[in-house]
Design a protein. Structure first.
Length: 150
């Protein structure tokens, strides 16, 4: 993966942002115009893993037909002035789910499995759920934080 306008701190900031349980915005192609899907993600093995259901989510079918896509992730705090942004371009493909990876992804957002919302407890092992594996080709990493004035 190439980091555009890479600075000495870009890789460290990238890893830091991707370690946070933030929402990613998956942008995919559609004949009637681009589509954007807010998704939970897991950064592992230099790929972004997104869980989806082929029957209830529309993005897996779009990925299957048009694998070129982009992902944006933003962390923002009005209280501190924090503004971190990562934008990726690349391609994705569908992968059968791996129950352990599903558990790692869901635990990022809901904590220990005992605390999960009941809707998610049956996801690991359910073949209707699969992964979108996004392989980034380029990344733009920006710290656009600002100082708050008293």
């Amino acid at each position: 993966m190439k980091i555009i306008d890479e600075k000495k701190t870009s890789r460290r900031l990238l890893e830091e942002i991707l370690s946070r349980p933030l929402f990613a915005h998956l942008s995919t192609y559609h004949e009637e115009g681009p589509r954007e899907s807010p998704v939970w993600f897991l950064w592992e093995s230099e790929s972004i893993w997104i869980i989806g259901n082929y029957h209830s989510d529309s993005f897996p079918e779009r990925i299957e037909r048009f694998p070129r896509c982009s992902i944006g992730i933003i962390d923002f705090s009005i209280d501190t002035g924090l503004v971190h942004h990562v934008g990726f371009r690349g391609s994705a493909h569908l992968v059968p789910q791996d129950g352990l990876r599903v558990k790692r992804l869901l635990s990022r957002y809901m904590g220990d499995e005992e605390r999960w919302d009941p809707r998610f407890k049956a996801v690991p092992g359910d073949i209707n759920w699969l992964f979108v594996k996004f392989n980034p080709e380029t990344a733009v990493v920006r710290d656009q934080s600002y100082s708050l004035q008293n």
